[in-house]
Ligand binder design. Structure first.
Ligand SMILES: [Zn+2]
Length: 684
């Protein structure tokens, strides 16, 4: 091969600039990715809704989680590491908490590393050094890290054996070690945690060789696919890519065995998967891991499976809020004629169009998994539809997972809450300060908010992509020389006016590719370059402005953020003859706190027969966060109360009273005490 051809291939493979190697997800050298992220600290918020969320994350969410993790009564997660490392006794010298505690602690470490990358606060660096020293000591010599087993093993308990229960999440814990290590390395340049991650990869490599069936059965909630993929992207060691491929191919050893079931997505061979099934966190982590492998290998069978799975979710199984995993408990394949093939599932994808509101499970981690999966689908396709889904899931599915003040969490995320609904469900529909039996969601939502700026822009070889509109600055070296500095001025999502100012640009032609959201009506976007109008861009595409940019150039985008009422496919029984409100990317809801005296939430009806109602908007502050509330005339009927033992009754003519109905952005619900809430309202 000639040197010129090698150089050409290298250029072809390289989708992004040097900063990509310090990206949260580094696809800069992934042969089958078409775009990649900028470096961890190359995008900064400039206030706004998302900048405000980052500030609360840095100042409250991250420090507060450390308080919880260190508290033996509240969590014991940190004590488990201390005991395993021989540095502490915790409550009683024994492991406490769920088996996936280590991984959840390491998610928080990842958030800490991301905050450090942006703030360069030396205290955070020292804090991470101290934590890493203990984590490394807790790890077993051969790379195994799972304090639930390491603690008794070090205390001489011969019965404590690894992988004795597939629900112990060992690969999950080691996966989060790898992801946290990559972010820590990219943020600090240090290799302390990275060395531990490499040892864990060595351990999994040995297992994949020596006991592949055991490893295949135990790949529960497989965060280690994304972890190993990222480790490969740091080390560029072909062994790590081979490990990623092996770990995923191992799954095909499970179908046909007694443990095979939809719950863990291993009933059918992975390339034959066409329907999203089972535990939604596990499913979305698996699909995200598949997309990582696709970016590296271009495997056509995986591409086909992912295209079908992605369409299955977005056209039949996705809540309006971008959430997934409708069921607390169910069966799959539900209704199968082959009765013997049916198994129970929990926190799972249900049937097509099975999207209940009151009992929606929608674990926050499932939305985060979906968000990460959609980023990876976008990275291998450049398809604006996947970026739309990312935005939908982030605003309406990730943000609600933590209270606006940053200390209270949702594990499940219903779209309707009624105090009269008394069926006992496992999880609270009220924000809680701790979730002791399963603390997976809080550090997951905190790391995702800490990292959200990484998703705003993307880069390919000759283009900068704007995926999310948010007040921010992008400042990064350009691979062919020079620097790109771009300021995005906007009050989005409250206002649709966005202005980009080029502050510095490389002396080469490059395209600015602007996402024109698919939720806009035709003609709903306007574009101006240096003050001059250009043809209206089409919703659902990236509008491209290509030129050699100069400092002072401006691009303006105006997006129509009109409130719109939506209806669902009538096969979604739970929303039949109901409507929901969306403005821009934000789904709204009604909370009882905003209803007039004497009006119950279940009595509210929205008159829509005359067309789109006239909404008024008002800025309000909820728990320190500014939001835009929307108000519209509505009716309240049905003053007759229901008896608890009354299932049906005859309809009676009742006068309906008219009143102004106020909507709150869904992400802000549940921040004003307990109360009924609904996203969907009956229409008249
Ligand atoms: Zn969770």
């Amino acid at each position: 091969m000639t040197a010129a051809r090698i150089l050409w291939l290298a250029l072809l493979a390289s989708v992004s600039a040097a900063g990509g190697e310090r990206a949260l997800v580094d696809t800069s050298r992934s042969p089958h990715a078409v775009l990649g992220m900028f470096g961890l600290d190359e995008v900064r918020w400039n206030g706004g809704l998302l900048g405000g969320r980052f500030d609360v994350c840095r100042d409250t969410m991250v420090p507060h989680l450390w308080t919880i993790f260190r508290d033996d009564q509240e969590s014991h997660a940190w004590s488990n590491f201390l005991i395993a490392a021989g540095e502490g006794r915790g409550r009683d010298g024994r492991f406490h908490g769920p088996p996936f505690n280590d991984g959840d602690f390491l998610k928080w470490m990842e958030a800490l590393a991301q905050v450090y990358a942006v703030t360069r606060d030396p205290a955070l660096d020292r804090q991470m050094d101290a934590i890493i020293a203990t984590v490394v000591k807790a790890q077993r010599e051969d790379g195994y890290l799972h304090t639930q087993k390491i603690i008794p093993q070090r205390q001489g308990d011969a019965r404590a054996r690894e992988f004795e229960d597939r629900e112990h999440f060992e690969t999950y814990n080691m996966g989060h070690l790898m992801t946290a290590a990559c972010v820590h390395h990219r943020a600090t340049g240090k290799t302390t945690l990275l060395a531990a991650a490499k040892r864990a990869a060595d351990y999994l490599e040995r297992l994949a060789r020596e006991v592949p069936d055991e490893l295949a059965r135990n790949a529960i909630c497989p965060s280690h696919y994304m972890g190993v993929a990222e480790l490969h992207r740091v080390t560029r060691d072909p062994r790590h890519l081979a490990l990623l491929r092996a770990l995923i191919e191992l799954r095909d050893r499970v179908p046909g065995t007694v443990v095979a079931a939809d719950q863990n997505q291993d009933r059918v061979p992975l390339r034959e998967a066409r329907q999203a099934v089972g535990h939604a966190v596990r499913a979305n982590y698996f699909y995200a891991g598949l997309a990582d492998l696709l970016a590296e290998t271009g495997d056509a069978g995986i591409a086909r499976a992912l295209a079908a799975l992605s369409a299955d979710v977005s056209t039949r199984k996705l809540y309006l809020t971008g959430m997934t995993g409708a069921l607390y408990d169910g069966a799959s394949p539900d209704g199968s004629a082959r009765h013997g093939s049916i198994r129970t599932v929990h926190q799972a994808y249900g049937r097509d169009h099975q999207l209940p509101n009151l009992t929606a499970y929608n674990e926050t981690c499932a939305t985060i998994g979906y968000f990460m999966w959609m980023w990876r689908q976008f990275a291998v396709s450049g398809d604006a539809g996947h970026a739309d889904l990312m935005e939908q899931a982030f605003y309406n599915g990730v943000l609600p997972g933590i209270s606006l003040e940053g200390r209270h969490y949702f594990y499940v995320n219903p779209l309707r809450r009624l105090a009269d609904f008394k069926w006992p469900l496992r999880w609270s529909r009220t924000r809680t300060p701790n979730i002791k039996s399963s603390f997976c969601c809080p550090p997951n939502v905190v790391r995702t908010i800490a990292e959200a700026h990484n998703y705003v822009y993307a880069q390919s070889r000759d283009a900068v992509w704007v995926n999310l509109y948010a007040a921010s600055t992008l400042d990064a070296p350009w691979p062919e020389g020079g620097r790109l500095r771009l300021r995005q001025e906007t009050d989005y999502p409250w206002d649709g006016a966005v202005r980009f100012v080029i502050e510095a640009a490389p002396a080469v032609e490059l395209a600015l590719r602007l996402r024109i959201p698919g939720w806009l009506a035709p003609g709903g976007a306007r574009l101006r370059v240096n003050g001059a109008a250009v043809p209206d861009p089409s919703p659902g595409t990236y509008a491209e402005v290509r030129r050699t940019w100069a400092a002072g150039d401006t691009v303006e985008v105006a997006l129509e953020l009109t409130p719109v009422l939506l209806e669902a496919n009538p096969l979604v029984e739970e929303t039949l003859n109901q409507v929901a409100l969306r403005r821009g990317p934000l789904v709204y809801c009604v909370e009882a706190a905003d209803l007039p005296e004497g009006v119950r939430l279940t009595d509210v009806v929205l008159p829509v027969a005359a067309g789109r109602p006239a909404f008024t908007s008002e800025r309000r502050t909820i728990a320190g966060a500014e939001v835009v509330m929307l108000t519209v005339p509505a009716l309240a009927g049905g003053a007759r109360p229901w008896r608890a033992d009354e299932l049906y009754r005859e309809v009676a003519a009742e006068p309906a009273r008219s009143f102004p109905l106020t909507f709150t952005p869904y992400f802000a619900w549940g921040n004003r005490g307990e109360g009924d809430m609904t996203v969907w309202l009956p229409r008249r």
